[in-house]
Design a protein around this ligand. Structure first.
Ligand code: F6R
Length: 364
């Protein structure tokens, strides 16, 4: 049932404040301002020397965001790869180490094969899954569920923001266990995290503006997405979302990689979507935007009021609410999804059933 929406994808984008809130309610003790994991973990974060993450597609990008969180909040080294590579690379994995798999469906063939490989190496396995009865959930030593509810649209939206939410909670739990985060620091991030559903609802209110902008994007043959830090995997996710439902060629790049190749593509025909909340490296991204502007590139800035005030030469700026940079990926998932959705709808594409794609990839 699509409710009042034209497509499942629209419904699922709009559901995010609610399902992220539901996921938070499961992982956060609001009174104590702390993360609580309902399930006892069969390993100790304090004793891990490394975390290996594997997943496919959008779930892999959630893992890439989480890499930044585990590294900064828990000082835990993270190795991450797409599951189709992990399974055949057969990377050396320490006995009693931890492999984290992320999957909406819990049935993705490559992710499952990587999970089985990790187990064969004597690793503990932890799964962030949306379908609790799935094969991946059953075969993992511990499960951290997302509470997105059934996701029908082929393009993952609400499952992604719920994955990010659970992964940030896990990084906080790891940070505490490893003595990196004290109670005060944890509480500060938890306080920021519980504002996420409200901020996502605010971001959804920008929909009409995004719709207008999508008419411009729909004219393009190629679109570049740029970001730094956790906004880099968000750029990758933005590009994936746009290409899979609008069939416009899109690429995500780390903004700092611009001058190592993709800057050659810049001209007025290639919109450059820059994901840049005001964080510690915002100024670095500003320099990249100046490089784009100097070559006649048309920038669409997805940033906040301080970014909008930076006086950049942009085609458009989506001014997002101010967010704590730690939780920015969760909130910025919304405009990224809305851009892809409205561009594809404007172009008359079937957003819920894009060509050649299946919701659950149970074969290689
Ligand atoms: C993109 C998308 C896919 C899935 C990928 C993994 O919007 O939906 O890239 O994220 O196929 O699927 P799960 O999470 O079910 O393992």
């Amino acid at each position: 049932d699509k409710g009042n929406h034209r497509h499942f994808m629209a419904k699922e984008i709009h559901e995010q404040p609610e399902v992220v809130g539901r996921t938070l309610a499961h992982y956060i003790d609001m009174a104590r301002g702390q993360v609580v994991l309902q399930e006892a973990l069969p390993f100790d974060f304090a004793r891990l020397s490394r975390l290996s993450i594997t997943a496919c597609g959008t779930a892999y990008y959630a893992g890439l965001v989480a890499k930044y969180w585990f590294e900064t909040l828990a000082r835990l080294p993270v190795e991450i790869d797409v599951a189709s590579e992990t399974r055949y690379r057969e990377p050396p994995l320490e006995r009693d180490g931890l492999t984290l798999v992320i999957s909406q469906s819990g049935e993705t063939a490559d992710t499952l094969a990587s999970l089985r490989y990790a187990k064969s190496q004597g690793q503990h396995t932890l799964a962030v899954v949306n379908v609790p009865t799935s094969t991946i959930a059953r075969e993992s030593s511990a499960v951290m569920p997302t509470f997105a509810g059934p996701e029908i649209g082929v393009a993952s939206t609400k499952a992604f923001s719920c994955q990010l939410t659970v992964l940030l909670c896990l990084a906080l739990a790891a940070g505490r266990a490893r003595g990196v985060l004290d109670a005060e620091h944890e509480r500060a991030i938890v306080d920021a995290l519980i504002t996420a559903p409200g901020l996502m609802a605010e971001a959804i209110k920008m929909e009409a503006e995004v719709e207008g902008l999508s008419r411009e994007i729909a004219k393009a043959r190629d679109v570049l997405y740029l970001g730094r830090g956790t906004s880099y995997p968000m750029a990758l996710e933005g590009a994936l979302k746009l290409k899979e439902i609008s069939y416009i060629h899109a690429e995500g790049y780390a903004a700092g990689e611009l001058k190592h190749g993709p800057i050659a593509l810049i001209d007025e025909s290639v919109p450059v979507i820059v994901i840049a909340p005001h964080d510690a490296i915002f100024e670095k991204t500003v320099s990249n935007m100046q490089e784009v502007a100097a070559r006649g590139g048309r920038i669409i800035l997805v940033g906040d009021a301080r970014g909008a005030a930076a006086g950049l030469d942009t085609l458009a700026t989506l001014t997002m609410p101010d967010v704590d940079p730690v939780i920015a990926p969760i909130v910025y998932a919304v405009p990224i999804q809305l851009i892809a959705y409205h561009t594809a709808v404007f172009m008359g594409k079937d957003v819920d059933q894009p060509r050649n794609l299946a919701k659950s990839v149970t074969v290689e």
